[in-house]
Design a protein around this ligand. Structure first.
Ligand SMILES: Nc1ncnc2c1ncn2[C@@H]1O[C@H](COP(=O)(O)OP(=O)(O)OP(=O)(O)O)[C@@H](O)[C@H]1O
Ligand SMILES: [Mg+2]
Length: 280
């Protein structure tokens, strides 16, 4: 039933103009609930009592300046960092009581240092599959991130964009209900960034909830259903990107008129092409 509902919502989400109205009446289920979360590092309070809900099947963005507390918040939800106080519920499991259950339903992007240097991509996927006790089909998984060609390559032999794609593939190995992506597109070229957007949309289409941080506002605008803007450990806005923009415009804000109809990024994309290309 849940899968059916997810499918229906994803169909609606990808192209139905009535989606915002329908989803308003059909209250999507909350999959993550964070209440009054606080985190102190010594005397310094990095997260100052934040609360938010993430709905099942949405792409939820955490935006905000360097040091705002985004990664700290994510790592607490991912069970990788202790909180100071507050309540976190993930897929019905309380972080204080069932962190092990939470680990089973989430996929987390590993730091690049987490990959064994001597193993190739197929072997790495098999290794992670073994750790999660899951049957894996490495080539199928590599297909989803367009890395089949690199099945025999070692992680360190990949380009930056390929490394990012592979690390996203590894979040999917345990077939999680939620994946966490902390700045997945930082350092990628404009085309590789767009390719990753497509990949993230595909993952969500299959019903996986995505929580993402990014410093690229165009990316958040394209990808996120809702964003929380975090500043100095507090959420200062939480809305759909569209509504945040409308609210700003309604307040009288006006952007200086743009003189040109394209920018340098448009030139880059136009010259280098949109398609998914291998960076040999
Ligand atoms: N292990 C730690 N010990 C002490 N302070 C820490 C630790 N980790 C993070 N901080 C501090 O907590 C604050 C929030 O850091 P965090 O990494 O959560 O920010 P962020 O929003 O992810 O920033 P960025 O956009 O730069 O990734 C920062 O001031 C940081 O210096
Ligand atoms: Mg961070």
């Amino acid at each position: 039933m849940r899968i059916l509902a997810n499918r229906l919502m994803s169909v609606l989400r990808t192209g139905c103009p009535w989606h915002p109205i329908l989803s308003y009446f059909w209250d999507m289920q909350t999959i993550i609930s964070v209440r009054d979360l606080k985190k102190k590092y010594g005397d310094f309070e990095a997260v100052k009592g934040i609360s938010f809900d993430v709905k099942e099947g949405e792409i939820f963005g955490l935006l905000g300046p360097n040091g705002a507390g985004k990664s700290t918040t994510l790592e607490i939800i991912e069970t990788l960092r202790d909180k100071t106080s507050g309540e976190v519920i993930v897929d019905g499991f309380n972080l204080d009581k069932d962190p092990g259950e939470i680990k089973k339903v989430i996929g987390v992007q590993l730091q690049t240092s987490g990959y064994y240097p001597g193993l190739n991509l197929t072997e790495l996927i098999e290794l992670f599959g073994g750790l999660y006790n899951r049957d894996v089909r490495p080539l199928e998984l590599l297909d989803t991130v367009n890395l089949r060609d690199k099945a025999r390559a070692r992680f360190k032999e990949l380009s930056g964009g390929q490394k990012q794609r592979f690390s996203i593939a590894t979040t999917l190995i345990n077939q999680p209900r939620i994946i966490f992506l902390d700045e997945p597109t930082t350092g990628l070229d404009p085309q590789a960034r767009r390719n990753l957007w497509e990949l993230i949309k595909e993952i969500r289409k299959k019903g996986t909830t995505v929580i993402i941080t990014t410093h690229y506002m165009d990316e958040a605008e394209v990808l996120c259903d809702r964003v929380a803007i975090v500043d100095s450990g507090k959420i200062i806005a939480l809305e759909t990107p569209d509504r945040l923009i409308d609210n700003l415009v309604a307040s009288g804000f006006e952007r200086p008129k743009e003189v040109k109809k394209a920018n340098l990024e448009d030139v880059f994309i136009h010259l280098t092409g949109h398609g998914l290309r291998e960076e040999h």
